[in-house]
Design a protein around this ligand. Structure first.
Ligand code: ZN
Length: 139
């Protein structure tokens, strides 16, 4: 069942369009600190899609803005449906892999199925997940 999970290009294109809409709304609101005009300051990302979202690895730009007002110049990084903070994996991978791991509960092979190392999955799931518990007890 889970070996058929693959997030396709259309999904990531749709998530990219939503991120673009968020970017337009944030730009229109201006700088959150001083109200100054925002300028595009996108930055490159090299996200991992693991085995379930290789199509998402083409999402290489995270939208961001820099304030144009002298004395402020603060960066505004937007909320995103594609990227989860600074995590190297795509947000969809984090969500789907975590859900699969939770469904399988103490499953040992989940990392192989989605291409995410068990230790990383354990970190995403917190200390209640058996893999993270095992990883901690080894170190
Ligand atoms: Zn500003």
């Amino acid at each position: 069942m889970f070996d058929q999970v693959e997030l396709d290009r259309e999904l990531f294109a749709a998530l990219g369009r939503v991120d673009a809409e968020i970017a337009r709304a944030v730009r229109d609101d201006g700088c959150g600190w001083c109200g100054g005009r925002l300028h595009r300051g996108d930055y490159p990302r090299k996200p991992r899609g693991a085995l379930i979202a290789a199509a998402g690895e083409a999402q290489v730009v995270r939208f961001s803005f820099c304030c144009g007002r002298e004395g402020c110049r603060r960066r505004t990084t937007l909320p995103s449906l594609r990227f989860l903070g600074r995590r190297v994996y795509l947000e969809a991978v984090v969500l789907v892999a975590s859900v699969i791991a939770l469904i399988r509960d103490a499953e040992r092979g989940t990392g192989r199925e989605v291409g995410v190392p068990p230790r990383t999955l354990g970190r995403w799931l917190g200390s209640s997940h058996p893999e993270s518990y095992t990883a901690r007890s080894r170190s």
